[in-house]
Design a protein around this ligand. Sequence first.
Ligand SMILES: NC(=O)c1ccc[n+]([C@@H]2O[C@H](COP(=O)([O-])OP(=O)(O)OC[C@H]3O[C@@H](n4cnc5c(N)ncnc54)[C@H](OP(=O)(O)O)[C@@H]3O)[C@@H](O)[C@H]2O)c1
Length: 331
Amino acid sequence: MPSTLAKAVCHLWRLCTRRPLAERVDLSGRKVIVTGASPRSIGYETARILAGWGAQVVATSLRNVEATESCLKRDLRDMNADESKITVHPLDLSDADSVGGFAAWYRRRHEGHLHVLVNNAGTHKNILTPRRRPAATRDGLEVHWRTNYLGTFHLTKLLLPCLKKSGRESGDARVVTVSSHLHDRMENKDLFNDSQGYNSWDAYGLSKLALVHFAFEIERRFGKDYNLLSTAVHPGSVFTNITRSAIPEEMVGVTLSRACSALASLVLFHPKHGAQTVVMCASKSRLQGGSYYEHCKIAEPSDQCRQESVSRALWDLSEDWFGSLVNPGSD
Ligand SMILES: NC(=O)c1ccc[n+]([C@@H]2O[C@H](COP(=O)([O-])OP(=O)(O)OC[C@H]3O[C@@H](n4cnc5c(N)ncnc54)[C@H](OP(=O)(O)O)[C@@H]3O)[C@@H](O)[C@H]2O)c1
């Protein structure tokens, strides 16, 4: 059975069966960052749950900082949880100054402590018109690669000292990286060579393949010495702003767009279910690092992700890119 069909059947089966929930853990004293937490997103639900369980959460949003913060605080009040457990800050992963500024602010404000970094923010452009190349980022790079992968690498690199310190002190620090099952569209050779033609699904898939390598490489490099556990996650197929943006009103008209949205909300998971595997990886006490998780359990990523030499080479290449930034934001 072609893999897309197999995935669709598996998704439909999961829709009809019990959806696993992460088990509640007392997270008092844990400091957490969740990137990309705008309302109606996986990051929003992740931040809400982790703060509700007692973690001190700094969430980020690209364009909706105030609305995100007020919604999250309202939800925490509704849960009888402490609303001061959450703050929201602007972050643009595709802008080196924004990433550097956010990391510097965080390090100062939290005295260099960070127990969990949830690398969730991401973008998928031109879902219905994949052959159309979206505008490049300000520094001239392909937007999925720059935002989803390089931006995440940059942020993590700047926060690694905090994660290492907290890992050493508390015995448990984590990086949870939200990838996608679409990582399996691409091959390792595509990470190092420009492919011919453009397809936004391939570009998105490539950034997600890079993120699985990245997650595994963090575990190999820092796992043992710093008690730093690193996992990659596929959250499932979830009805969020990304999926909503696939049905633009201006292209199909208001009525059809609403009908498609209603249908999509029936056949895709709610964000609170999409957040469960991410929350589990961020909180469960005994968890295996260096693994790929889906549906709250370990799953198999594509064979490509297991080539350690590729993970190493990609990390080194990304370090070179980081070194080339005029102002990377290091101390
Ligand atoms: N939904 C799915 O079915 C699905 C499946 C597999 C993987 N994923 C992954 O899950 C993660 C969360 O996505 P989602 O479905 O929850 O989508 P979403 O609702 O669009 O949330 C994405 C978040 O990332 C933020 N973001 C976008 N561009 C950014 C940038 N340049 N810098 C910093 N933040 C940025 C968005 O901020 P604004 O809202 O302010 O733009 C938003 O908060 C993504 O990594 C996505 O690839 C989703």
